[in-house]
Design a protein around this ligand. Structure first.
Ligand SMILES: Nc1ncnc2c1ncn2[C@@H]1O[C@H](COP(=O)(O)OP(=O)(O)OP(=O)(O)O)[C@@H](O)[C@H]1O
Ligand SMILES: N[C@@H](CCO)C(=O)O
Length: 364
C-alpha cells in the first residue's frame, strides 16, 4: 500500500472488497475479499471551531490506487464523502467538521468490475461519518444508511460485517417503504458551490431495521480466484438487462442450489461436485452473457474434473469479473480462464484472494 503524503492520520477507515451473488444468491449473499479501500483521515484540532457564517471549508481529498484517474476529488461530488455528509446531516451536523482537513484514499478495489467498489465506498462514507460525528451507530443502523444509497444488501452487508453473509430487506410498512424509496437524488443531492448557500431540504432519514443478515461458515481451505477483465461494466447497466419476472422452474432451480451452497461452502473438506452444481444460476448470469463475452464458456468449460482444485465458478456481482472458488491449482484455473477470454479478444488480470474481515476504524 502506498503511504499518503500527509502528516500522521488521526484515524484510518478500512473496508474490504466484496463479491455478491456467488451464483444463485442474486441480491442475497456476499463474500468479503482481501482487497481494501482505505481512508487516511487527518483532523486538525486547532481548526475545530466553525466560521460564524457559511460553511467551513471541506476537506482536501487525495487519492491513490484503483480509480485514481477517474474519481471526483471534490468532497461534494465524491461518493464516499457525499455519503458521509448525508449521514452527518441526518444527525444534525450540517457540514463536514472544520477540524477535518484531509482525507487520503488508497484503493485496491477496481471500479465497475463486480468486486463491490461502490458498496465499499458507501460503507467507508458511513464509517467516516460515524467517527467524525461520534455517532456510535450500531451495525444495523449503519446498514440502514448504506441501504438508502446502494439498495441491494449483498455487497454492503458483507463489506461492513465481513465473511460469507446472507441478507434480506425487511418488508416495511407503507410509510417506511416510502421513506426507504426516496430518489437517490434526495439522499445524495447536488450541493450548491456557493459557500453561503443553504443546503435546502432536510435529508431523508432512513427507517429503522431495513436490512437483516446472518453469517454462514466458510471452510478455511477455500480461496477465491478473481479473474478480472480489463473493462468496466456498471452495475446499473448489468441490472437493466434482467427481466422483471421469472418462471417458477428457474426460481426453484436457484433456491435449491442456494440452500445447499450456504452450507456446502462451510464444510471441511469441501465437496467439489456438490459446490460446482450449487453455484449454477438461472436468474442473472444467462441475461448478462451478452455484456460479458466469454462468460458462458468460462463457467461451463472449467470444471472440477478438468481442473482439480476448482470447486465452483460464477460471475462476481454484476460482472465482468469471474469468481472461481478453489482449494489449490489457482494459477492453472486462472490461466485457463484467461485463455478462454483471449479467444473473445478480452485481456484479464487475476488475483488469489482470501476471505477478509469486516470494516474497521483504527485510531492512531
Ligand atoms: N472508492 C470510491 N470512491 C468514489 N467512488 C467510487 C469508489 N468506488 C466506486 N465508486 C463509484 O462507483 C462506481 C462503480 O460502481 P458499480 O456499482 O457500477 O460497480 P462495482 O460496485 O464495482 O461492482 P458490483 O456492484 O457489481 O460489485 C464507480 O464508477 C464510481 O463512480
Ligand atoms: N446483486 C447485485 C450485485 C452488484 O452490485 C447484482 O448482481 O446486480
Amino acid at each position: 500500500m502506498s503511504t499518503p503524503n500527509v502528516t500522521t492520520p488521526s484515524f484510518i477507515v478500512r473496508v474490504p472488497a466484496t463479491s455478491a451473488n456467488i451464483g444463485p444468491g442474486f441480491d442475497v449473499v456476499g463474500l468479503s475479499l482481501s482487497l481494501h479501500l482505505t481512508l487516511h483521515v487527518t483532523l486538525d484540532a486547532e481548526k475545530s471551531s466553525s466560521p460564524t457564517s457559511g460553511r467551513p471549508p471541506p476537506p482536501v481529498l487525495t487519492y491513490s490506487g484503483e480509480g485514481a484517474s477517474e474519481v471526483p476529488l471534490d468532497p461534494y461530488k465524491n461518493l464516499t464523502t457525499r455519503v458521509a455528509l448525508y449521514v452527518l446531516r441526518c444527525h444534525d451536523h450540517p457540514f463536514f467538521p472544520p477540524s477535518l482537513t484531509h482525507i487520503h484514499v488508497d484503493n485496491e478495489i477496481p471500479f465497475g468490475r463486480g468486486l463491490g467498489s461502490s458498496g465499499a465506498a458507501v460503507i467507508a462514507g458511513v464509517l467516516l461519518a460515524d467517527a467524525l460525528g461520534s455517532l456510535r451507530l450500531s451495525h444495523e443502523r449503519m446498514l440502514d444508511f448504506a441501504l438508502m444509497v446502494e439498495r441491494h444488501p449483498d455487497n454492503v452487508t458483507a463489506a461492513l460485517v465481513g465473511g460469507f453473509v446472507g441478507s434480506y430487506l425487511r418488508e416495511l410498512d407503507p410509510v417506511a417503504t416510502e421513506a426507504a424509496q426516496v430518489p437517490l437524488s434526495e439522499v445524495l443531492p447536488e450541493y450548491p458551490p456557493d459557500a453561503g448557500a443553504d443546503w435546502g431540504l432536510s435529508p431523508p432519514v432512513p427507517p429503522n431495521g431495513i436490512g437483516h443478515y446472518v453469517r454462514f461458515n466458510w471452510s478455511d481451505s477455500i480461496k477465491a480466484v478473481a479473474i478480472i477483465p480489463r473493462f468496466e461494466l456498471s452495475t446499473a447497466k448489468a441490472r437493466e438487462v434482467l427481466p422483471e419476472s421469472y418462471t417458477r422452474k428457474d426460481l426453484v432451480f436457484n433456491m435449491q442450489r442456494l440452500a445447499v451452497l450456504t452450507t456446502a461452502l462451510g464444510q471441511s473438506p469441501p465437496d467439489p461436485e456438490l459446490i460446482y452444481e450449487a453455484m449454477k444460476d438461472r436468474v442473472h448470469q444467462p441475461y448478462r452473457k451478452l455484456l460479458i463475452p466469454g462468460l458462458p464458456a468460462v463457467t461451463s468449460l472449467l470444471t472440477p474434473s478438468s481442473h482439480p482444485g476448482l470447486l465452483g465458478i460464477c460471475l462476481s456481482g454484476a460482472g465482468p469479473t469471474i469468481l472461481a472458488l478453489a482449494t489449490h491449482n489457482f494459477e492453472k484455473i486462472a490461466e485457463a480462464a484467461r485463455d478462454i477470454f483471449r479467444t473473445e479478444g478480452i485481456e484479464v488480470d487475476w488475483k488469489v484472494l482470501e476471505i477478509a474481515e469486516g470494516s474497521k476504524v483504527v485510531y492512531s
